[in-house]
Design a protein around this ligand. Structure first.
Ligand code: MN
Length: 290
């Protein structure tokens, strides 16, 4: 039996304040100057505000090609609508996992005029051979996800992948075999989860703080830690400090393919980007589903 080691923290980032869409204020944690990407993850944004001016503009109609966009809400409600005919509203702990593939035009707009809105947008790259796949859309409410109870009173919302106890996330994804967990721990509690060999992984603390790995590296609220990647069995070990702690643990298989990105398009070559822009400008990005 192979010996599993606890992954160490490779780097920590606070991200950078930015805005996107029609003026939505957010912290960009991946796709920043400090952390360009973490293969296969191209971008991670945390939007959070109780001031409607910071989010009311939403993300009006815009295109994507070549990857997947994943929205996970913590608070508030967001309406998704796309050119493939999908439409729905997700509330707290709901997920929209959209495979843009060959091309989709969508909007994500707040379904509220005041109150707290908080959530994440993650971009997951597609392998070169699947970039032009048919667009797909998975929408799940918070109630549709299994919440695994931990022995010491904590719990894990399993969005994608499988926990060490065998709880499986409701999202299916065979492209990069992602693990996407939202973990809630009481104070002074330890959490352990295996990571597939070779998969890249990060931890983002929503609130509270963690000590990660064998050297108990400290990770505070609103910080993201990239973990070291090993080509062998290993796991994440994290202990909450003196306060209840919530964090995301996300991992996926790196693609190790060239990346050409331009705004909402992520392809492998500059020529493919030029093609995507040309297709969009000439209304060829979206294949009519009729
Ligand atoms: Mn989008």
């Amino acid at each position: 039996m192979s010996k599993s080691t606890a992954r160490r923290v490779r780097m920590i980032t606070d991200g950078e304040k930015t805005s996107d869409g029609a003026g939505v204020k957010m912290t960009r944690l991946i796709a920043s100057h400090q952390l360009d990407m973490l293969d296969p993850f191209l971008l991670l944004d945390h939007f959070e505000s109780d001031n409607p001016d910071d989010y009311i503009g939403g993300f009006p109609s815009h295109p994507h090609r070549g990857f997947e966009t994943v929205t996970y809400m913590l608070a508030g409600n967001m309406r998704h609508k796309d050119s493939a005919g999908n439409e729905g509203v997700i509330g707290p702990h709901g997920v929209q996992w959209m495979t843009a593939g060959s091309g989709i035009i969508h909007s994500e707009m707040p379904e509220q005029s005041d109150g707290l809105m908080s959530g994440f947008q993650l971009w997951v790259n597609l392998p070169a051979k699947d970039k032009m796949t048919k667009p797909a859309y998975q929408e799940l409410s918070g109630e549709q996800f299994t919440v695994e109870q931990l022995a010491d009173g904590g719990h894990v919302r399993v969005i994608a992948g499988v926990t060490d106890c065998g709880t499986r996330g409701a999202v299916t994804n065979h492209y990069v075999h992602p693990l996407y967990l939202h973990v809630s721990l009481p104070a002074g509690s330890t959490f352990k989860q295996s990571i597939d060999p070779g998969h890249n992984a990060f931890v983002y603390v929503i609130e509270g703080s963690l000590a990660i790995g064998p050297d108990e590296k400290q990770l505070g609220a609103r910080q993201l830690a990239v973990l070291q990647t090993h080509e062998r069995d290993d796991h994440v070990s994290a202990r909450s400090d003196d306060a209840p702690t919530e964090f995301l643990l996300v991992a996926g298989q790196p693609l190790n393919e060239p990346i050409a990105r331009h705004g909402p398009f992520v392809m492998n070559t500059r020529e493919e980007i030029m093609q995507a822009i040309d297709d969009f400008n000439n209304h060829r990005l979206v294949i009519d589903s009729e």
